[in-house]
Design a protein around this ligand. Structure first.
Ligand code: AP5
Length: 209
């Protein structure tokens, strides 16, 4: 399956994509994880985009398009993938259409108030991209990743000002993709507000329908 998970920050795309991609035996490709990896490694790309990401703005299209183009050419992505956080602009969507033929775009729908609750309580394992939540999905040991036992962090872009910026950017640049993919006959909406197990079951139903 060649899938895109589209939705506002904090809708639960990453949490769901990890579990579902494992279950389907396809890679979870998160541009956010790839970019944070570049920042953590101190690479030239990472240095160039760190301030942009921390502020909640978007990295330039040319950079993310090149990252995804390279990633989709890897062997494991030939049979399918879940793209999470890409595309985020019409230019990215047009570029993706020239790289591959998508099967479905799942649009995560959730109220803004709930997004703020989810992002303000998120705790993050930077090496794996695993997300926890202090209330809704706490780690087994407070402040530690369940798998590696390493420290969890609060992402800089989960601070109040950056959340506001990300929501603004989402509405202006990414939300138009809902219409874009509706017109392309690819969009299916998903209510992302219930508990993770319920959202996962509904997403799997959409994927297999
Ligand atoms: P990215 O990492 O893609 O951030 P995002 O899209 O804002 O998404 P998030 O990771 O914040 O949220 P999510 O929907 O994955 O939610 P999660 O599952 O963690 O991008 C970060 C930055 O990188 C961008 O701002 C930009 O600068 C740059 N970037 C990335 N891609 C780019 C692109 N294509 N173009 C340009 N720039 C790009 O869940 C959130 C919280 O809720 C967690 O605490 C989780 O435990 C909890 N939760 C999840 N599901 C539920 C549930 N059902 N019920 C209760 N709690 C839940």
């Amino acid at each position: 399956m060649k899938l895109v998970f589209l939705g506002p920050p904090g809708a639960g795309k990453g949490t769901l994509a990890k579990g579902i991609a494992d279950q389907l035996g396809i890679p979870h490709i998160s541009t956010g994880d790839i970019i944070r990896g570049a920042i953590a490694s101190g690479s030239d790309l990472g240095k160039k985009v760190k301030d942009i990401v921390d502020s909640g703005a978007l990295v330039p299209d040319g950079l993310t398009i090149a990252l995804v183009d390279k990633r989709l050419k890897e062997a494991d992505a030939k049979k399918g993938f879940i793209l999470d956080g890409f595309p985020r602009t019409v230019a990215q969507a047009d570029a993706l259409a020239s790289m591959t033929q998508l099967e479905k775009v799942i649009s995560f729908e959730i109220a803004e108030q709930e997004i703020v609750r989810r992002l303000s309580g998120r705790r993050f394992h930077i090496a794996s991209g695993r997300s926890y939540h202090v209330e809704f999905n706490p780690p087994k040991v407070e402040g530690k990743d369940d798998v590696t036992g390493e420290d969890l962090i609060i992402r800089k872009d989960d601070q109040k000002e950056a959340i506001e910026k990300r929501l603004e950017v989402y509405k202006a640049q990414t939300a138009p993709l809902i219409e874009y993919y509706t017109k392309a006959g690819l969009l299916v909406s998903l209510d992302a507000s219930p508990a993770p197990e319920t959202v996962k079951a509904q997403a799997l139903e959409i994927i297999h329908s």
